[in-house]
Ligand binder design. Structure first.
Ligand SMILES: Nc1nc2c(ncn2[C@@H]2O[C@H](COP(=O)(O)OP(=O)(O)OP(=O)(O)O)[C@@H](O)[C@H]2O)c(=O)[nH]1
Ligand SMILES: [Mg+2]
Length: 351
């Protein structure tokens, strides 16, 4: 809706001007005869291009509702701050989490669950510790992969470019070099040109057996060839979360293999709404947990906590750069909270 003020010494000229600019259906909001400082008279018309009066009224109504909501939020927020101000540490923690993009509703729930607002005046309680512990409780981690039955099959899935292939290479390297495990790699990325070369090159450098699978039978055959390995890592093609066919293809490919754990990779540098949508669209694959990637590229990391609270699943690893194998860390609660609060795992340069 466009509202404009028109001025002319002649009323008809003024109306013509309104119609020329805002069209025949222009809505006249007011017409006044006014005087300039030098006493010269003129007409002032305030008009809008809105098609009917109801548009303006409904716009005004919406704006009023929004202002009322804002007033309520502000009053509630002030009340909350007036209480939190008695414990500066709790107040700072709350404000930092808000600033990092953690959803206020979740924070209010935590404060309420822990009764922090009523304990804040009581010296017997360390409210910051209570708050921190409640935050740790919301973060579920898997602390690396436990290998019970050999071979443990781990498939990485996610949207295009999220870091699946690089993460497969990082995992292969750390499990082989640090944990002295036998590793095999299978790629079922048959959609992208060069996919085989990319992961095949990593496998070659590390001397790891590598197979490519296109069908369910290929996958089973490759798993059989690699049955003596401790871990088989499966790299998959990037899927748009909106490409139902490719997601269904993957779901069917994996559906008969009960010994396989699927992990969904989520890039922290993506928008939170996109990540939540990705989680929903990939849920038919029944993935076991998350790997958060590109922690180093993200500007705000509060979305990690929002996702863990809203779509509760464990995180197994976080990746924070392009270097193979250095830029990967096994997830632990303290690291994740550090990332959320400071944007870094320990003493990196971020934030
Ligand atoms: N900054 C940063 N870059 C990363 C990270 N992980 C991967 N990358 C980069 O992201 C780009 C894509 O990585 P890939 O591993 O090829 O991603 P992918 O999910 O296999 O991609 P598709 O197979 O095409 O879907 C590469 O340039 C990687 O070096 C990370 O943690 N941080
Ligand atoms: Mg890839």
């Amino acid at each position: 809706m466009k509202v404009k003020i028109f001025k002319e010494s002649d009323l008809k000229d003024c109306i013509d001007k309104v119609k020329n600019e805002l069209g025949e259906d222009a809505l006249i909001i007011s017409t006044k005869k006014k005087k300039e400082d030098d006493g010269k008279e003129y007409f002032e018309i305030i008009a809008s291009n809105s098609e009917n009066e109801f548009d303006i009224l409904s716009e005004l109504k919406k704006e009023l509702v929004r202002l009322k909501d804002l007033l309520i939020i502000r009053t509630e927020f002030n009340n909350l701050l007036n209480k939190l101000i008695f414990d500066e540490e709790v107040l700072n923690l709350y404000l930092t989490l808000l600033k990092k993009g953690v959803c206020n509703e979740y924070l209010l729930d935590i404060l309420e669950e822990e009764n922090i607002l009523s304990k804040i005046h009581d010296k017997r309680y360390n409210c910051k510790a209570l708050f921190m512990n409640a935050l740790y409780d919301k973060i579920e981690v898997e602390n690396g992969y436990q290998i019970m039955d050999k071979p443990k099959i781990i498939a990485l899935v996610g949207t295009t470019g999220v870091g699946k292939t690089t993460t497969v290479a990082k995992l292969a390297a750390i499990y082989m070099l640090n944990k002295k495990r036998n590793i095999g790699i299978i790629s079922i990325d048959n959609f992208r040109i060069g996919a085989k070369e990319q992961i095949g090159k990593y496998a070659d450098i590390m001397g790891i057996p590598f197979f490519q699978a296109f069908t369910h039978k290929d996958l089973n055959d490759s798993i059989n060839y690699l049955s003596q390995m401790d871990i088989i890592l499966v790299d998959t093609a990037g899927q748009s979360q909106n490409d139902k066919n490719k997601l269904e293809y993957l779901r069917r490919l994996f559906s008969y293999n009960h010994n396989l754990d699927i992990y969904l990779l989520l890039s922290v540098s993506s928008d939170e709404a996109v990540l939540l949508d990705t989680i929903d669209k990939f849920s038919p694959l029944r993935f076991k947990g998350y790997i958060f990637t590109k922690v180093d590229e993200a500007i705000s990391h509060g979305k990690i906590l929002n996702i863990l609270i809203y779509k509760r699943k464990p995180i197994s690893y976080i990746t924070n750069g392009q270097d193979v194998p250095e830029d990967i860390e096994v997830a632990d609660k303290e690291k994740i909270l550090n990332i959320i609060l400071k944007g870094k795992i320990k003493n990196g340069n971020q934030d």
